[in-house]
Design a protein. Structure first.
Length: 495
């Protein structure tokens, strides 16, 4: 009879780390032998609820400014080693953070007050959504632009912050801004790309990563990547940060051309932004996805032609595996914009494509947003990076668990399928995604197509990851659009 797991649950005061770092600690410790569950997170109500669901709720009352360390393991030795690993990871963070402050600075406002007025011009907010608004407002009041990595910020608060930033002559990037590059400095999930004359305004994180990586492959660098948050081009927000970001790039001597990258925007907002962009001195080209322009790669190629740069052959590793008759498409995406691109390109060919984030919620069949099931019959594309699936857990670019479980369910269902998956490299992402994905694809035994977004200079190295995935039988493409079309070709050949 198997012994029940042993547990460690503690609350620590005076310790703080941003959510991405804590998710990485949870992932790394959770991968240790004998560890059955880990949650290292700030003790917010949501995280306490998640801990309770794991059977790891603290016995005493907790407050959101405390750090929750909750671990279960198969035996005492594994538990002690896991807790020691958590301590070591947190201690390593403290060592790299610089000399300790006599009195810890607990808010953005306090930190900015302690800096000279000519200090950093950009603040970064990465706290739970309910607390992010006050921190961002403090940065704006201090005359700093702010990147709000946090999600869960109400849309009315987003609008208020962006209006205040416009009045103050600064920029709000976000909320839920996961990717930015400012004067060569990569923030959040971003790739190692060369500097150059193209500025990106992006209401899309993975879309910006796809575009910047393709530009880098073509030998063209970026001046800045200004993420504005996925809701900025919605009717509710009205492109407030997009317009400010365009004005900033228009005034930047290092920026000669601008590309606007977005999920499908609200039509009226797209028109208003286009009218403003037409009046700028710097040429602006749109890479906003729509039924009429569903292809980010094509937008990059058009920009290259504008600048007289030859369009290269985008890197790929083709595979010979064929689809079985009657096969369907199963898309497992980490990037929301890349998932949208897949649906926009695939739906005219395949017809109905079910998703947890359907492009036309009023018409298209939808999956349960909090528990989408790819094993349902038919064509399915799931965005595993959607907020409903990342609450309290690491983004799939960091932690592949949900996607690997979904892949196993698809294989077990017996339905013939072509698997389409994106893998996004760069800072903050899984340090070796092929190490877990390649064996899972091999075990699934299904034709697989991978959109591998990254560069040779990324920590994971594009070609090294591509070779490992190709060795597992996957077809690998640097272009998501090309990967989608290859998957459709496999499905067409099977009919």
């Amino acid at each position: 009879m198997t012994a029940p797991p042993v547990r460690h649950v503690s609350l620590r005061s005076g310790v703080y780390a941003d959510s991405v770092r804590l998710m990485q600690v949870s992932r790394d410790v959770g991968a240790r032998k004998g560890v059955t569950a880990v949650l290292v997170a700030m003790a917010t109500p949501l995280n306490l609820e998640l801990a309770a669901g794991m059977g790891l709720a603290p016995a005493e009352g907790a407050s959101p400014d405390q750090l929750l360390v909750a671990v279960s393991a198969a035996d005492d030795d594994a538990l002690a080693a896991a807790v020691a690993a958590v301590d070591a990871a947190l201690a390593a963070r403290e060592r790299t953070a610089g000399p300790a402050q006599a009195v810890p600075l607990c808010t953005i406002g306090a930190g900015l007050d302690a800096l000279p007025t000519d200090g950093p011009a950009l603040a970064i907010v990465s706290v739970p959504g309910p607390y992010a608004v006050a921190e961002a407002a403090d940065a704006i009041a201090a005359g700093r632009s702010v990147l709000v990595f946090s999600d869960g910020v109400p849309v009315e608060s987003e609008v208020a912050l962006k209006r205040a930033a416009h009045d103050a002559g600064v920029l709000v990037m976000g909320p839920d801004c996961g990717t930015a590059i400012v004067s060569g400095l990569a923030l959040g999930f971003a790739n190692v790309v060369r500097r150059g004359p193209v500025g990106l305004v992006a209401a899309s994180g993975t879309g910006a990563q796809q575009v910047s990586c393709l530009l880098d492959t073509a030998g063209v660098g970026v001046s800045h990547v200004l993420g504005v948050g996925g809701r900025d081009l919605s009717e509710a927000v009205g492109g407030l940060a997009t317009l400010d970001a365009l004005a900033l790039l228009d005034a930047d001597p290092a920026t000669e051309r601008v590309l606007l990258v977005s999920k499908p925007p609200a039509p009226s907002v797209a028109v208003a932004v286009a009218e403003v962009a037409a009046e700028l001195s710097v040429p602006v080209r749109s890479a906003a996805l729509s039924a009429e322009s569903p292809d980010l790669t094509a937008a990059v190629e058009s920009l290259l032609r504008d600048t007289g740069v030859a369009v290269p052959e985008w890197p790929s590793r083709p595979a010979a595996r064929q689809a079985a008759p009657g096969a369907v498409l199963k898309g497992l995406y980490a990037g929301g914009t890349l998932a949208d691109e897949a649906m926009l390109i695939a739906a005219p060919v395949l017809g109905d494509v079910r998703s947890n984030t359907p492009l036309r919620p009023e018409l298209d069949a939808a999956l349960d947003p909090s528990a989408p099931d790819l094993s349902v019959p038919g064509h399915v594309v799931v965005d595993f990076g959607d907020d409903a699936l990342t609450a309290g857990r690491a983004h799939p670019m960091i932690d592949p668990t949900l996607r690997l479980e979904a892949l196993a369910r698809i294989a077990a269902s017996g339905e013939p399928a072509v698997v389409l998956v994106d893998v996004v490299l760069g800072h903050g992402a899984d340090p070796d995604p092929a190490a877990t994905l390649a064996p899972a694809l091999r075990a699934a035994g299904l034709p697989a197509v991978v959109a591998l977004v990254g560069t040779e200079a990324d920590p994971q190295c594009w070609s090294r990851q591509a070779d490992a995935l190709a060795a597992a039988g996957a077809a690998v493409f640097a272009s998501n659009a090309q990967a989608i079309r290859h998957a459709l070709d496999l499905l067409g050949a099977a009919r």
